[in-house]
Ligand binder design. Structure first.
Ligand code: GBH
Length: 494
């Protein structure tokens, strides 16, 4: 990592928002309490208990269903102005459909939002953070275009119920990750493993679902509620493996287009629709593989129009970096997949530390580069801001989390450089996560929290880590002090 000391001269502007993030299934628990219906994660993990590395599930998780007042106290102590969380669709609509509204669930979130607002904390609410109602999962989940209608109905119920208190909405969390891991592979529920096919139906329908909800809010709620709507994209930074090789530069660009541009271009570019390179790659590969139609569906003109401009800010989640070089194409006919379609090999630099988990490599400069990549690609980002809705560091637990302190300092420093030296329009930052949580396939093995949670205690006791004190100091002073938390002598940096 970039070793720094002292207080950095650049500060976070006055209108810059700091926050923390969570998601319902990862912290809430109460999976069958208060009239809640089952989501695909409940059903899937009850049916496949060995899916997660520690055979755990989110039945109780951090039990925020009962401990939300403590969560609010924790957020207050950090001094942040915002809390990003998600609504569990089936807590308010147990069957997923709006013919049955569960008043107890409605009240849970109502109270939570009221208490947040009372504490001067702005709720930022994700409608869908991967917990698809089970009845819709059985109908194919996001591969079924009909689900878009029901998602719209759910969103309308949420806007009607909470729009007086909630002014920042996120529709579908990380369609790229949800569709790749859940539909194209089997590393998230519903583990469909539909390489190169289901993944793009999911992608296409997620984008359409977002546009539908954005336009519905715009028409039916925005004039009165005056809120903002967007959706979080997740991307690693892709570095050309050899920056002096034109092929590698192109490979990294292709990676970013196929993993981020595919989602961002339809919404943020001037011309709309999928990026040309994405369209061509998937169309051509489909043809080579003998398909008479592209595995990536086409948008109608109206759909292109509905999608274009359908976000009031750019919501970006970022964790890691990788590097790219072109891949040999010899096996393209075997398994249609996003990977084959992209046609690049994923590598990493040996110099990037990989401290704890299989996918997180530390290259903080990549964060600055990624923000610049977006800022240069999409002109509209001069007018509407980028908000970092997730960024965080995984370890295997412990209160003295010096490495996480370094991570936040290093990544926030790169953000300051993007703002002050590159003129990027970044207006907010949410740390992932407020507390240790259920990390999907990794169960409780990976810890991301600023607060630790004792998952063995019935009260799920929460304790601040050093990174919580460090983050609170950044939020309070609006500066990064690399000496605020001192590593004990002899404890090496990674
Ligand atoms: C976010 O996704 C989620 O929004 C959030 O719910 C989650 O808790 C958080 O990350 C932390 O994990 O190399 O095949 O093993 C982040 C996305 C997760 C994307 C890991 C890349 C690597 C999969 N990243 N994934 S793999």
């Amino acid at each position: 990592p970039v070793v720094k000391s002292g207080v950095i001269n650049y500060s976070f502007p006055d209108d810059f928002i700091f926050g923390v993030s969570t998601a319902a299934y990862q912290i809430e628990g109460g999976w069958n309490e208060g009239g809640k219906g089952e989501s695909m994660w409940d059903t899937f993990l009850h049916e496949h208990p060995t899916f997660t590395v520690d055979h755990s599930n989110g039945d109780v998780a951090a039990d925020s269903y009962h401990h939300y007042m403590e969560d609010i106290e924790m957020i207050k102590k950090l001094g942040v102005q915002s809390y990003r969380m998600s609504i569990s669709w089936t807590r308010i609509l147990p069957n997923g459909t709006d013919n049955n509204i569960n008043q107890e669930g409605v009240k849970y979130y109502r109270t939570l939002f009221e208490e947040l607002v009372k504490a001067n904390i702005t709720p930022v609410v994700t409608l869908y953070h991967w917990d698809m109602p089970t009845p819709f999962m059985k109908l194919g989940g996001w591969t079924n275009a009909k689900v878009i209608d029901y998602f719209e109905d759910y969103a309308r119920v949420a806007f009607r119920l909470y729009g007086d208190l909630v002014k920042m909405w996120l529709t579908v969390n990380e369609p790229h990750e949800g569709c790749l891991s859940g539909y194209g592979q089997a590393t998230l529920a519903p583990a469909m493993n539909s390489h190169g096919l289901g993944i793009y139906l999911c992608t296409h329908n997620n984008l359409l679902a977002h546009a539908r909800v954005y336009r519905m809010y715009e028409k039916e709620f925005k004039p009165l509620q005056k809120g903002k709507v967007s959706l979080p994209f997740e991307s690693a930074w892709a570095e050309p493996h050899d920056p002096n090789k034109a092929d590698d530069v192109e490979a990294a660009e292709n990676y970013l287009q196929m993993h981020l541009g595919m989602f961002a271009h339809p919404i943020f570019s001037e011309e709309g629709d999928y990026p040309r390179v994405v369209r061509e790659k998937i169309d051509n590969m489909s043809r080579l593989q003998g398909y008479s139609r592209s595995r990536l569906p086409y948008f109608t003109d109206e759909e292109v129009k509905a999608l274009r401009g359908s976000a009031d800010f750019f919501s970006l989640n970022h964790y890691t970096a990788l590097s790219n070089t072109p891949s040999a194409m010899e096996s393209y006919f075997k398994v249609p997949s996003l990977h084959q379609d992209t046609g690049v090999r994923i590598l990493v630099y040996p110099s990037w530390p990989k401290p704890f988990i299989r996918w997180q490599y530390l290259y903080p400069q990549g964060f600055r580069k990624l923000v610049n990549w977006l800022q240069n690609k999409y002109k509209i980002l001069k007018e509407i801001p980028i908000i970092i809705t997730e960024n965080g560091f995984a370890d295997f637990g412990g209160i003295e989390d010096y490495d996480r302190v370094d991570y936040y300092n290093d990544f926030l420093y790169q953000l300051l450089l993007a703002i002050h030296e590159d003129g990027c329009n970044v207006k907010g930052y949410f740390a992932w996560s407020l507390m240790d949580d259920f990390e999907w396939i990794d169960g409780y093995k990976h810890k991301f929290g600023l607060y630790s949670v004792d998952f063995n205690s019935p009260n799920r006791t929460r304790t601040p880590k050093l990174s919580a004190y460090n983050y609170a100091n950044i939020v309070r002073t609006r500066r990064i002090d690399f000496d605020y938390i001192k590593r004990p002598e002899g404890l090496n940096t990674i």
